[in-house]
Design a protein around this ligand. Structure first.
Ligand code: NAP
Length: 333
């Protein structure tokens, strides 16, 4: 795809970045090699933004792909916008630098474009654990702990190891507590966003503060692991409004989800290892837009259905996954 036709989103710095990126979380379904091969194909297709993370377990293979693409002059480093994330078990003093250095080495980069705090607390769980498991060391959110990790993130910017820093899986109460204490504000906040979970308040809050919202699970993560599924979850690609609009445009419902996201003003980061899917996901943001009426229909179809509930990060004594998301406007203790 010709980059001239790729719509862009402006960060608060004024820099324009792609309006869509590619997710790289292969989860339990796709081997690291399948994901890295998809990244190679996606670069050739015209993707210029990639959402990586240490915990996805594939940064070393994706790094080989980036390195090859630079060596073969398929793309230059400056043309790519690459994100990575510090995992929850690396919030301790000095650990953020260590984690960033490892991601840089694995990704074979001199700098990351946007480095995220993956979750706003140090709670973590063993990979692949089941949904009911609890780590006895897990604790509720603490703004002091958060800011001490954020200070390490700020240091990475000062050291030139990342150009921007961002937060992920935040809520308005947590942002209200943390933002006044930041020396460097987040350029972006990564959050779950799809037609059945629009997070209008948080989305508007970010736009109002000139923080770019990046939307994960933009298609409603239809292939997420069983442990992240519950019986009352809504499937975005089966919502009647989405299916109807997809028929009108003669596209898969997934494409409607992505068009809606990009036109609303968030940056979707859909994942797929299949070339026909990831190529369409990219191309769809540059042609045949949804009408204002279709945008309004989807806007009204919100089901407030969070899919990535995060229950494995709960602390002992927490009541339910809702405690992670400050639903009544107060940070749960
Ligand atoms: N910050 C965070 O905490 C966080 C959390 C979750 C995810 N993320 C990021 O967000 C990315 C995306 O999330 P996700 O992978 O969970 O969900 P997603 O992008 O909503 O869904 C991905 C699935 O949608 C299907 N799909 C993709 N394109 C399609 C198309 N054109 N037509 C039909 N089906 C299509 C694919 O299923 P098939 O494989 O069956 O075709 C694919 O596995 C992740 O890869 C990761 O980078 C971040």
């Amino acid at each position: 795809m010709n980059q001239e036709f790729m719509p862009k989103v402006a960060l608060s710095s004024g820099e324009k970045i792609p309006c869509i990126g590619m997710g790289t979380f292969g989860s339990d379904r796709f081997a690291p090699k399948q994901v890295s091969q998809a990244v190679a194909g996606a670069i050739r297709c015209g993707y210029r933004m990639f959402d990586c993370a240490a915990i996805y377990g594939n940064e070393d293979l994706i790094g080989e792909v980036f390195d090859d693409a630079f060596k073969q002059s398929i793309v230059e480093r400056e043309e790519l916008f690459i994100t990575s994330k510090v995992w929850n078990d690396m919030h301790g003093k000095g650990d953020v630098l260590f984690s960033c250095a490892k991601s840089l080495r694995d990704l074979r980069l001199d700098y990351i474009d946007l480095y995220f705090m993956h979750w706003p607390f140090p709670n973590y769980h063993a990979p692949g654990c089941d949904g009911d498991s609890r780590n006895p060391d897990s604790k509720p959110f603490s703004v002091d702990e958060f800011i001490s990790t954020w200070r390490q993130m700020e240091k990475l910017v000062e050291m030139g190891l990342t150009r921007y820093i961002g937060m992920s899986n935040m809520t308005i109460p947590k942002l209200e507590a943390a933002l006044p204490l930041c020396k460097i504000l987040p350029a972006a906040i990564e959050m779950e966003l799809h037609p059945a979970f629009q997070q209008k308040e948080l989305f508007d809050y970010c736009i109002g503060k000139n923080i770019a919202p990046i939307g994960f699970c933009p298609i409603g993560s239809p292939t997420r692991p069983e442990r992240d599924k519950s019986s009352d979850d809504v499937a975005d690609i089966q919502m009647p409004e989405i299916v109807e609009i997809a028929k009108r445009h003669n596209v898969h419902p997934a494409i409607v989800c992505i068009k809606w996201a990009a036109q609303r003003g968030q940056i979707p980061i859909p994942f797929s290892v299949y070339e026909n899917e990831y190529a369409q996901n990219l191309e769809c943001v540059a042609k045949d837009p949804l009408s204002p009426e279709e945008m309004a229909i989807i806007g009204k179809a919100d089901k407030n259905c969070r899919l990535i509930k995060g229950q494995v990060f709960l602390w002992e004594g927490a009541k339910s996954w809702e405690d992670l998301w400050d639903l009544d406007g107060v940070i749960a203790k």
